[in-house]
Design a binder for this molecule. Sequence first.
Ligand SMILES: C[C@@](CO)(OP(=O)(O)O)[C@H](O)COP(=O)(O)OP(=O)(O)OC[C@H]1O[C@@H](n2ccc(N)nc2=O)[C@H](O)[C@@H]1O
Ligand SMILES: Nc1ncnc2c1ncn2[C@@H]1O[C@H](COP(=O)(O)OP(=O)(O)O)[C@@H](O)[C@H]1O
Length: 290
Amino acid sequence: MRLSVKAPAKINLSLDVLYKRPDGYHEVQMVMTTIDLADRIELVALPEEDAIRIVSQNRFVPDDCRNLAYQAAKLLKETFSIRQGVAISITKHIPVAAGLAGGSSDAAATLRGLNKLWQLGLTIDELAELGAKIGSDVAFCVYGGTALATGRGEIITPIASPPPCWVVLAKPPIGVSTAEVYRNLQLEHVSHPDVDAMVRAIERQDYTAICQLVGNVLEEVTLKKYPEVAHIKEQMKRFGADAVLMSGSGPTVFGLIEHDSRMQRVYNGLRGFCDQVFAVRLLGERHSLD
Ligand SMILES: C[C@@](CO)(OP(=O)(O)O)[C@H](O)COP(=O)(O)OP(=O)(O)OC[C@H]1O[C@@H](n2ccc(N)nc2=O)[C@H](O)[C@@H]1O
Ligand SMILES: Nc1ncnc2c1ncn2[C@@H]1O[C@H](COP(=O)(O)OP(=O)(O)O)[C@@H](O)[C@H]1O
C-alpha cells in the first residue's frame, strides 16, 4: 500500500518570546499560518521488512534517524508496537533550515499518513500530542491552518485564517540554527510584538492592521549575524510589499501583498539578487484526517 501526503511550510506572522524556562526552552507566543509551499511525502508499506527507510534527493536532508520524518515513524512504531516497516520518500520544495518548519511539517505529514496506512485510528489531537515529542513546531504542523501557539510552541489554539493574499518568500543562501538563535536572544533588549492584537486583527479580517502588527523578536539576532537578511527586508519593502518580516529563526524573509501586479513586481525585483524566491498563497484550510 502507498500513500502521498502534502507537507506545507509555515510562516510566523507574530513571534514573541516571554522568558527562558527552567527546562532550557523559551516560553513563546506566536501566530502561525500554513502557506502553499509544500514538500511531498510518499509512504510505502514494507510488510516484509521491519525497518524505516528514508529516501530523499536533497543533500541537506539526513536519511537516517536525524530525519524528523524518521523520528515520527519510529515514535508511532514504538508507541503502538507496529511490527512492519515503511519507506518514506521526501520530495523537498521547502528550503532547509530556513525558518519555514520544513522538517517539522514532514514529520507531521508522516504522522497523519501513517495513522492511515497502519490504521491506528488516532484523532488529530492525539497526533499533535505525539508530534510535540519530536519538536516544538510539529504539533502546529499536524493541524495546519492558522493558530496561536503558546508554551514552547506546542500548545495550539486554532484561529480564523487571515484574509487571502500573496506571500513572497526570499531565502538567502545561509542556513540558520534555531537553537543558536534562541541562545543569542537578549530579552532585555527586544521590543515585543502585540500578539493578542494580531489575533484580533485576523479574527476581524483586517488586512491593514495585520500588516501593521507583524513582528518577530528573533529577527534582531539573525539580522545582526547576517546583514544580507536585513538587506532582503529593505529590498522587499522598496519593491512595495505591504508587510515584511523574517519567518521564525530565519533566514527566510516573507512579504505580504494584496494585489497581483504588486506581487509580480516584488517577485521579479527580488529574483535579481536572490536565488530562492517563491510567490505563494496563504493556505486557509486546516488538515483533516479523511
Ligand atoms: C523558531 C521557530 C518558530 O516557529 O521555528 P523555526 O525557525 O525553527 O522554523 C520554533 O520556535 C522552533 O521550533 P522547532 O524548530 O520545532 O524547535 P525544537 O526542535 O523544539 O528546538 C530546537 C532548539 O531551539 C530552542 N528552542 C525551541 C523552541 C522554544 N520554544 N524554545 C527554545 O529555546 C531549544 O534550544 C531547542 O533545543
Ligand atoms: N525532513 C527534513 N527536512 C529538512 N530538514 C530536516 C528534516 N529532518 C531533519 N532535518 C534537519 O533539521 C534541520 C532544520 O531544518 P528545517 O525543519 O528545514 O528548518 P527550520 O527548523 O528552520 O524550520 C536541518 O538542518 C536538517 O538537518
